[in-house]
Design a protein around this ligand. Structure first.
Ligand code: NAD
Length: 555
């Protein structure tokens, strides 16, 4: 039975063992579609996160997808083009049930303005990374990513701990809302600024923010007190980051860590320029897009100048994947890229070993299934410190949203081992129902994004989008259940290409075969991509795990 959803009453959380489709594979994908809406930011408009990241193009497309998933056979493949179902082809029962391509625009035309035009005509939609691919699990995915970034900074700069450290950041939306909890879990005192009082109230209501400060002075006093007592705390503040950051600079306060997760990638529907009310911005979104883009870019320039000043004064400053540096550079801040991107600065050695954000969703809706899988992870990987630490923290701190789910940074071999173990638990009836596995698109071999994932690659291959395309084709030929290619990225056009994959563990031998092929090949490609770019960690991992990376003769 679906469960009530207090946050979005019209979007119940899927669950139970009753099948509405002809098999668990189809039912699983249907539940994942329902799930991204149940945990989304604005499901009435099909928006899941990242300003315009949608689960389907429009309601007619959504309804047709649901109808098709319910009626299709296992030897058919549903084709989805930018959130709209366009065909149901006869394939075979080892082929993907769903393949998608979302928001791919030919290079010369890949500009934000043209994307908006196509969207207006109803021809395209932005699928975010995991929204259009029905893989989003609420804030947890990004909580762990953000937590791992903070912990890598702790190791790099602060002797392994963020106790008594001050983190300043902004943005409390679908993704950014994870920052206060991740900061508190990492032991820091974190201040998060957002212009929208509703977003701030929402994060306070779910406990991610401990308190909301009435003004900047009070906020800084609360942070000071927590820092001197080495107490972890998360404080929210309503304000425009482009005002607040320069004010902090003026006061001479230097946080230990500074970042930002406002939706700076979108100058029209995301970022709110300083000096404008939310009402004014909402009006300009339809009536004055050009004016709004210019104002957003100017505001982002001030915002980033303040971040650069704090960097000069010794703060650890990083871009958290929202294109704020790119927009600032276009707004005249020539040295915006002195701020590093988090992937290159902290996570690349993990990606080079294909260690990345792997995730699983309990399709039964039973939280006990995730608890059992948590135990399995701890049994299988007792020496993997990152994962055991995370599972312990996640159990204590992460509220379930939508279908109970877990994310953990697992690598090559580990992911396959876990998924096969879970498939066995399903077969033995030790779990209430099947489990779906997927991963973030921001994963080793799955994304080309020269301003996020692949910035400053060792061999200069930052902008080459062959890798995610190869990844998607490999997933189709490795029996995955759903395979997707997304483009666009922040800015909605021309910034990135990525691939996503979902595999359903329904306890059958066929599922074990799909897991063994798809998950192993996915991480193998990750290692191959980084080995090809010359990363020692990847070359060693390829040798250690016997990943078949082809090397050319020296001549
Ligand atoms: P969102 O649209 O749900 O939320 C953005 C928030 O920023 C809103 O609450 C809005 O009120 C606030 N905001 C906008 N302008 C502001 C300003 N000037 N000052 C203060 N607050 C302001 O977006 P989201 O899903 O939270 O994603 C945020 C950004 O992070 C996006 O650019 C997204 O693409 C990016 N992102 C990066 C990664 C990653 O690679 N690490 C992962 C997911 C999302």
């Amino acid at each position: 039975m679906p469960k009530p959803n207090p946050r979005h009453p019209n979007f119940p959380i899927p669950g139970g063992l009753e099948l509405r489709a002809k098999g668990w594979r189809q039912e699983a994908l249907l539940r994942l579609l329902e799930n991204v809406l149940s945990v989304g930011e604005d499901p009435e408009n099909l928006i899941v996160y990242a300003a315009l990241g949608k689960a389907a193009r429009n309601w007619a497309a959504h309804d047709a997808i649901v109808r098709t998933l319910k009626s299709m056979d296992e030897d058919q493949t549903l084709i989805i083009q930018s959130g709209k179902p366009v065909g149901l082809l006869k394939t075979h029962d080892k082929a993907p049930l769903v393949i998608m391509a979302n928001c791919n625009i030919v290079g010369q035309w890949a500009k934000a303005e043209y994307f908006y035009e196509l969207q207006e005509k109803g021809l395209i939609c932005w699928g975010g990374l995991t929204a259009g691919a029905w893989q989003y699990i609420g804030s947890q995915g990004v909580i762990q990513g953000t937590y791992e970034i903070f912990m890598r900074i702790a190791e790099k700069r602060f002797g392994g701990s963020l106790e008594g450290r001050f983190i300043l950041t902004a943005g409390l939306g679908g993704m950014g809302g994870a920052q206060p909890l991740a900061g508190r879990m990492a032991g820091a005192a974190i201040l998060v600024v957002d212009i929208d009082p509703e977003r701030v109230a929402k994060r306070k209501a779910i406990g991610f923010l401990d308190a909301v400060a009435p003004d900047l002075d009070t906020a800084l006093q609360m942070i000071d007190a927590a820092v001197s007592e080495k107490r972890a705390v998360s404080i929210g503040l309503v304000g425009n980051a482009a005002d607040i950051y320069p004010q902090i600079v003026k006061r001479g306060t230097v946080p230990d860590i500074v970042s930002d997760q406002t939706s700076a990638h979108d100058l029209v529907y995301g970022y709110v320029p300083k000096g404008m009310s939310l009402e004014e911005v909402r009006r300009l979104r339809t009536e004055g897009q050009g004016q709004l883009m210019a104002a957003s870019r100017a505001s982002i320039a001030d915002h980033v100048r303040a971040m650069l000043t704090l960097q000069e004064k010794g703060a650890e400053v990083f871009d958290n994947g929202n294109l704020i540096r790119t927009q600032a550079r276009e707004g005249g801040v020539a040295n915006a890229f002195d701020i590093p991107i988090f992937t290159e600065a902290y996570l690349r050695p993990l990606f080079a070993r294909a260690i990345g954000p792997f995730r699983w969703m309990a399709l039964s809706g039973e939280e006990s299934d995730i608890a059992r899988i948590d135990d399995l992870v701890l049994e299988l990987f007792p020496d993997n410190h990152i994962v055991t630490n995370w599972i312990r923290l996640a159990r204590e701190n992460i509220p379930f949203e939508g279908l109970p789910a877990r994310i953990a940074w697992l690598g090559h071999g580990e992911r396959t081992q876990l998924a096969l173990g879970v498939n066995e638990l399903v077969a033995k009836g030790e779990l209430a129902g099947p489990v779906a596995f997927s991963r973030d698109h921001l994963d080793a071999g799955a994304m080309a994004h020269p301003n996020i994932m692949t910035e400053n690659m060792k061999d200069g291959s930052d902008a080459i989008a062959d890798w995610p395309l190869i990844n998607a084709m490999t997933m189709c030929s490795s029996m995955a259940d759903l395979v997707v290619i997304h483009s666009g990225g922040g800015g909605y056009a021309g910034y990135m290409t990525s691939a996503g994959v979902t595999i359903v563990a329904d306890g059958t031998a066929a599922a074990a075969e799909r897991i063994a092929h798809a998950i192993t090949n996915d991480t193998s490609l990750g290692i191959i991509r980084y080995a090809d770019a010359g990363y020692d960690e990847a070359i060693e991992a390829a040798e250690e795990h016997g990943v078949p990376h082809i090397k050319l003769d020296a001549s």
